[in-house]
Design a protein around this ligand. Structure first.
Ligand code: NAP
Length: 249
């Protein structure tokens, strides 16, 4: 299969979950992939299971210098970028009365500042007609207790994407986002919550989904392939909910 033959893709948060599944699918479809994450050992681990033309780059999206280096290493290796997939994110919950400045800064630095600055660094190196893709979430369309800062960060990202879509129009660059519903990825284990609380929360989410289950990273990756491909050539500026219908009822 060669849907992305010779396309150069940069994916953040690619050592895990949605990013990793997308990296695998893009490689399978012939892309050259820059697999980025913030932990070298995690990148070394996934490098063992990936097949195709790829490099790994350690970069923390919350650190501006890392975003610069990510784009430099990507373009040094493969030249201009066709697909920039800004997927890295964290979803640590905090009830409103427990929100701290540190929590706010940590979430916004990763979920908003990171993709915004990575986009700025990458733009001069994205081919005209290329694609910028984001992983948002349906959380900013609904109200889930404890997820105020996370939801606000994804809502801010969505607002930014609308401006970006317009600003890059003269270059034919398409800007789209995926808004996953509950997807079975390691993110739930990173929320800093006890296992039984995460399990209960998961059951609650699944019950609310019309399809009655969590989605898989592979289901999101298929949408990321479609939106990055020429099959989506007239799709621009959207946030595609991939959530089993959760946001629609
Ligand atoms: P995941 O498996 O935890 O993947 C998140 C990735 O982002 C990991 O590779 C993580 O690295 C990376 N990351 C976090 N902070 C980073 C930083 N500062 N710099 C670089 N990389 C960083 O979770 P996922 O579910 O696939 O999440 C991917 C995206 O989907 C996120 O933006 C998340 O908000 C969004 N999303 C997920 C769900 C869901 O239910 N799973 C629903 C809606 C939206 P580490 O491995 O080092 O943590």
């Amino acid at each position: 299969m060669n849907i992305l033959k010779n396309k150069v893709a940069v994916i953040t948060g690619a050592n895990s979950g949605i990013g990793l599944a997308t990296a695998k699918l893009y490689l399978k479809e012939g892309a050259k992939v820059v697999v980025s994450g913030r932990r070298q050992e995690a990148l070394d681990e996934v490098a063992k299971e990936l097949e195709g033309d790829f490099i790994t780059v350690k970069a923390d999206v919350a650190i501006p210098e890392d975003n610069k280096r990510l784009i430099k290493e990507a373009t040094d290796k493969y030249g201009n970028i066709d697909i920039l997939f800004l997927n890295a994110g964290v979803a640590t919950p905090t009830p409103t009365n427990e929100i701290t400045e540190e929590h706010y800064d940590a979430v916004f630095n990763i979920n908003v500042k990171g993709p915004v600055l990575a986009t700025k660094e990458a733009l001069p190196h994205i081919n005209d007609g290329g694609t910028i893709l984001f992983t948002n979430s349906i959380v900013h369309q609904k109200g889930f207790d404890g997820l105020g800062i996370y939801s606000a960060s994804k809502g801010a990202l969505r607002a930014y994407q609308k401006v970006l879509t317009s600003e890059v129009k003269s270059r034919g660059i398409r800007v789209n986002a995926i808004a996953p519903g509950p997807i079975d990825t390691p993110i739930y284990g990173k929320m800093g919550l006890p296992e039984d609380v995460v399990e209960e929360m998961g059951k609650g989410f699944a019950q609310k989904v019309p399809l009655g289950r969590f989605g898989t990273s592979e289901e999101i990756a298929k949408s990321a392939l479609f939106l990055a491909s020429d099959d989506a050539s007239y799709i621009n500026g959207i946030e595609l909910e991939v959530d089993g219908g959760l946001s629609q009822i």
